[in-house]
Design a protein. Structure first.
Length: 285
């Protein structure tokens, strides 16, 4: 019988701590922070969990060989239950977006859901995979700008999308290990993203929080990537991928600070220690 713990493993529940910050960063940049932000963040989490369940359903045959401990190949969750969970969470995510932001939110949430499913069932493992995943995260940021200016939120969306592209490209080597040039390239991209994000804005809206959080992001994601350059084994690459997921709230927090919400940015980054502890119990990858 499938247990709650099995479903938590299926959707990688702790990794969802990296998701609400997309919406918050978009809302801050777009001048749309408000009550609807909570509902949109809930929508984002539900769609993320849907994508994780769909991922395991789509990968069930490959996982039987490479990761037999995962919920479906281990027999803890049936393929039908995983597909049903993914579909139900998708419907719930779209409903939450509609309730929180109406048609304007659905205009972003629906393409976001489509991109998530496209990645899981078609794009993953292809050259289009990292771009598709980056699109998902970029749309997630723009979802947060519902009710404000999505044009103003576009730089933040592109920043999160770039991080996601780097992380997804690196994740393709987490089973087999990597050529050291791959983590070296993603490390260079991470440092560049942190430097660009740390730059001040007109009026200094982000205060000291903005560069500080950008620095935390660079350190938390950069150090494991540097270790993977020295030892590009599958274990080191997986460590770097997990660090990329766990460190994302610091990048989101820096972007929220740049959007004029430094306290909220610090609150986002405060989730990192909890996320780090949780991924030790439930894998984020």
């Amino acid at each position: 019988m499938t247990t709650l713990r099995d479903l938590i493993d299926l959707v990688r529940a702790p990794a969802a701590l990296s998701v609400p910050g997309d919406v918050v960063a978009g809302a801050a940049a777009g001048g749309a922070l408000g009550r609807r932000t909570i509902g949109l963040a809930c929508s984002s989490v539900l769609l993320y969990w849907a994508g994780m369940a769909a991922n395991d359903w789509a990968d069930r045959h490959l996982d039987a060989v490479e990761r037999p401990e995962r919920p479906i190949p281990s027999g803890r969750v049936s393929a039908g239950a995983a597909l049903g969970t993914a579909a139900g969470l998708t419907a719930a995510g779209l409903a939450a977006a509609g309730l929180a932001g109406g048609r304007s939110a659905l205009a972003v949430a629906a393409p976001l859901a489509g991109a998530i499913w496209a990645y899981d069932v078609a794009a993953k493992g292809t050259p289009a995979g990292p771009l598709t995943m980056a699109l998902c995260r970029g749309l997630d940021v723009l979802l947060g700008a519902t009710g404000g200016s999505r044009t103003a939120a576009l730089p933040s969306a592109l920043t999160i999308a770039a991080h996601t592209y780097l992380l997804t490209a690196l994740s393709h080597a987490e089973v087999s290990g990597a050529d050291p040039r791959l983590p070296a390239a993603t490390l260079a991209g991470t440092v560049t993203l942190a430097a660009v994000t740390a730059r001040g804005t007109a009026g200094g809206a982000g205060g000291a929080a903005q560069p500080a959080l950008a620095g935390v992001y660079a350190a938390q994601f950069g150090v494991p990537q540097a270790r993977a350059v020295a030892d590009p084994s599958a274990r080191r690459v997986r460590d770097a991928v997990s660090a990329g997921i766990v460190s994302l709230p610091a990048l989101q927090g820096a972007l929220a600070a740049r959007g004029g919400a430094p306290r909220l940015g610090l609150a986002l980054a405060a989730a990192m220690p909890l996320a780090r502890r949780l991924v030790r119990k439930v894998s984020a990858t």
